[in-house]
Every structure is written in C-alpha cells, then in structure tokens.
Design a protein around this ligand. Structure first.
Ligand code: AMP
Ligand code: MN
Ligand code: MN
Ligand code: MN
Length: 276
C-alpha cells in the first residue's frame, strides 16, 4: 500500500467530510503524505494542514482545476504551491464565478424537462456557497427521489447530451498550468484515462501539457482501472512525465477507493512526491 494520497475532496468543494475529518481518516488509513485537492478552491487548505500536521502527516497544498481543452473538460491537479499567490487565488476566483452562472443554466435546463427548484436544492447541498457542483445537483435529485443514486443522476441527467448538462468555458490549459507554476507548484493531469480522447488526442494533450511546464500524470487513481494504471505508466515514461497517485475520495460510499488505500505505482516511474 502507498503511504501517499494526493487527491481528495472536502466540504469546501463536492466532498462529504470536512478537511479535519478527512485528515483523520487519511492518518487512520496509513497515509504519511497527504494533499487536499478541492475543485477550484483553496479555502479548505488551512484547516487541512493544521489537522494533518497535528496528526504527524506531511501536508501538501493541492487543488483540482477545471479546464476546457478541445471540447473536453479536463482536471488539472496542482500540488505543493503557495496558496496565497495572487495568480492562482485570483484565477480560481474567476473560475468559481463561472460555476455560479453554470449552476443557473443547469437548473434552467432541468426545469425545461419539468424538474423545478434544483438551483435552491443543489445550493442546500453545497456547504461552500461559492462552489455549486454537478455533484450537488446529483445529491438533490437523489433526495427528491427522481433517481435512486448519484450514478443514475449522472447517467440520466448532468452528462453530455442529457438534460442538466450545459456547455461551459472553464480555465484554459495554459491558464491552469500557468497559475500553478507561478505559485511555485507542480501541475499534474488528473485521471487522464477518464477523458474521451483517442490516441492522437492523448498525445497532443501530453505534448501540449509538457511544453507548458506540466510535470506529471495521475497513474494510480480511483478513476482508473488496473489496466489503465499500465497504460498511463507507459504514457508517463514516453513523455518524460512523473507519476502521481490519489484516491479522488469524496466520502464514504461515494468513491471507488477509500482515502489512502492505494496500490504501489507500476515499476519504473518517478513519483511526483520524490520532489517534495
Ligand atoms: P463539476 O465540476 O461541477 O462539473 O462536477 C464534476 C464532479 O462530478 C466530479 O468531480 C465528480 O465528483 C462528479 N462526477 C462526474 N461524473 C460522475 C459520474 N458519472 N458519477 C458520479 N459522479 C460523477
Ligand atoms: Mn468531484
Ligand atoms: Mn476530477
Ligand atoms: Mn477529484
């Protein structure tokens, strides 16, 4: 088991646990090096650091930035940066403003198929008013009994081509990588196997990302199958990128892998955490 987990979510974005409770769970599960990576938000980091360090863990500053790239939404994880740096603080503030406008459009789209009141409903589930997420819409649709679980909410609504999915312009890839680098951190492509990219698009993304100064890809993540660990290990080697690992834990019962329950990286990779 790895003693590292560099991808997790708290109530400051779409996770179910507070930063302090998450840190305690990480420590109980054997984590020694831990990062909180809330979506587009840094407000949970101070509490997470206090709790993690009190428990004797090494805490790494983190974030997961929403990016639009070639018709896809990508997630770029930033690690080990200065969370007070103006470039990333202000960049993310703009991304969160975009989230508010998108939430209104998602609610309007759901209203068109007869599901009213979802903006207020989703907002009730979002503990951070600056961060309404599709996850909060999903939890509200479950609460209303419109779907039986979150997965069904995404399958029937909220994803491309379904009611409740709206196109949205997030940060650009150069912006996200640039903010992370300006703040002294490392940029990592989150769960690269999850995007609908063909081989050519994957190569284009990895090349672009590396040219911008990106340094790593997640290889071991709760969003990859075992086969995908191998696939992305080979891409990392081919493109001279380091490997990251994180559960992408959102809460008990909501995630495939529990916090800190990660297998070792495939052989022959340079872990991003070797540089911490
Ligand atoms: P947003 O950033 O608001 O578009 O929401 C994206 C979040 O929704 C992801 O970070 C996941 O936590 C969650 N999510 C996306 N797709 C699914 C899915 N198919 N099933 C469950 N959760 C999902
Ligand atoms: Mn999420
Ligand atoms: Mn993600
Ligand atoms: Mn995530």
């Amino acid at each position: 088991m790895l003693e590292v987990d560099l991808h997790s979510h708290s109530t400051h974005s779409d996770g179910l646990l507070t930063p302090a409770v998450l840190a305690a769970r990480a420590q109980a599960n054997g984590v020694k090096t831990y990062a909180l990576t809330d979506h587009d938000e840094l407000s949970g980091l101070a509490d997470a650091r206090t709790a993690a360090e009190a428990l004797g863990m090494r805490f790494i500053t983190g974030v997961e930035i929403s990016v639009s790239w070639a018709d896809e939404t990508l997630h770029i994880v930033g690690l080990n940066f200065d969370a007070q740096h103006a470039a990333i603080v202000e960049g993310l503030r703009e991304v969160r403003k975009g989230r508010q406008r998108r939430a209104e459009r998602i609610a309007a789209d759901l209203a068109r198929v007869g599901i009213e009141g979802t903006l207020e409903g989703a907002r009730k589930h979002a503990r951070n008013p600056e961060l309404p997420s599709r996850t909060h819409f999903a939890r509200y649709l479950v609460e209303r009994g419109i779907v039986s679980d979150s997965n069904a909410a995404f399958r029937r609504y909220l994803t491309k081509g379904k009611p409740g999915y709206v196109e949205h312009q997030w940060a650009t890839l150069p912006q996200a990588v640039g903010w992370i680098m300006a703040a002294g951190g490392m940029a990592v492509i989150a769960h690269p196997g999850r995007y609908g990219l063909n081989n050519k698009e994957r190569e284009l993304l990895l090349g672009d990302f590396r040219d911008l100064g990106g340094v790593g890809v997640e290889v071991v993540t709760g969003s990859h199958t075992k086969d995908q660990y191998e696939t992305w290990a080979r891409y990392a080697q081919r493109f001279g990128l380091k490997a990251s690992a994180g559960s992408d834990f959102h809460g008990p019962g909501e995630s495939y892998l529990d916090l800190g329950k990660l297998p070792e990286l495939p052989y022959g990779l340079t872990p991003v955490w070797a540089a911490f």
